[in-house]
Design a protein around this ligand. Structure first.
Ligand SMILES: [Zn+2]
Length: 339
């Protein structure tokens, strides 16, 4: 149903006062009344339109809505209500935007922005003169959306996958996106023509991502209105690790070394993010805090095959619970090295 111009139908300007609306209606109704035009289908249709126009324009409330939304103001209002409901539903399900930790937050913000835009284009379609199809379906690329994803350092090291719960706007199946069925305003979408459905999507997070990395998932953004869809961006946050400190693509790890191995030399075990350990030979008289570099054992570099290094920092552990014999030996050592 295209927007109708009720003012045009009655032949009055938009700012016509109530008495002019009434006068114009009387004049037109007399002219097109079926009794005056027996069997004239055209006149009958005009007469119906005139009555419809008068019904709206003679009612202050309806006239105001018509001025704002056009003749399809009931649908426009229903859409506004449906939109509000969808927002509330999303908030109940995912928490309010701005509350920390909810992965939905970012998405919701941009999604709502887009709905506003959709709503505006709907209204243009509802306005007098414009057709609804033109207003609603003008091709427009979907917006990009961003989603925060937190990964562990292990996941950043190996690459990982995530199943995302997204909300997608779809054409309403009950009315084929028209907002109306032959029974009137579509009950499924309340006239919006579109419904919001949850959508699951498995995404791949490549090895080497770091804090603030943006991973693009092409075509999985907002669907757009007849145009190409936008992209989904995963904004990565890497959780801190209890053992490893990331420095660019290098990994720094503290490795405990016994006093004996530090003094006499020996082998230490360097943990890795793969879960295994690398044997590292250290020379005699290795000082506490000394860093050994294990080449190419660090983080993979995002986007190519190079890797950072592992930086193993020696942390000498002094013996505790000395036996009497051990204490004697240390005392002998002191006598040789008083300082
Ligand atoms: Zn529908």
């Amino acid at each position: 149903m295209a927007g109708k111009d009720y003012y045009g139908i009655l032949g009055i300007p938009r700012n016509a006062p109530d008495k002019d609306v009434k006068a114009a209606y009387r004049k037109m109704a007399r002219k097109y009344h079926p009794d005056v035009n027996p069997g004239n289908k055209g006149a009958e249709a005009r007469f119906k339109e005139i009555n419809e126009a008068f019904e709206v324009l003679s009612d202050a409330d309806k006239r105001k809505k018509f001025d704002q939304y056009g003749s399809d103001y009931e649908n426009a209002e229903a859409y506004a209500r449906a939109r509000q409901q969808a927002q509330q539903q999303a908030q109940q399900q995912y928490g309010s935007p701005g509350r920390g930790g909810a992965p939905y937050t970012t998405y919701e913000t941009s999604d709502m922005g887009d709905l506003n835009e959709v709503f505006e284009s709907l209204l243009k379609g509802f306005g007098t003169g414009g057709t609804r199809a033109g207003g609603r379906r003008a091709p427009r690329r979907g917006q990009d959306i961003e989603h925060q994803v937190e990964v562990t350092l292990e996941e950043a090291y190996n690459g990982t996958r995530r199943v995302m719960e997204l909300q997608a706007e779809q054409a309403c199946a009950a009315c084929q996106g028209q907002g109306r069925t032959k029974n009137g305003v579509c009950q499924q979408c309340r006239g919006a023509g579109r419904v919001i459905k949850p959508r699951r999507l498995e995404v791949k997070i490549p090895a080497g991502v770091k804090d603030g990395s943006k991973v693009r998932v092409a075509g999985e953004g907002e669907q757009g209105m007849g145009g190409t869809p936008g992209d989904l961006y995963l904004v990565i946050k890497v959780a801190p690790h209890p053992l490893f400190k990331r420095e660019g693509d290098d990994l720094l790890v503290d490795v405990p070394v016994s006093l004996v191995a530090a003094v006499l030399g020996g082998e230490v075990q360097v943990p890795t993010l793969k879960g295994n350990k690398l044997a590292l030979r250290i020379p005699a008289e290795t000082q506490n805090g000394k860093v050994f570099k294990l080449a190419r054992q660090g983080m993979p570099h995002l986007g190519d095959t190079s890797r950072g290094d592992m930086l193993a920092r020696m942390s000498v552990v002094l013996p505790t619970n000395l036996s009497d014999k051990e204490r004697v030996l240390f005392e002998q050592f002191r006598s040789m090295r008083p300082n």
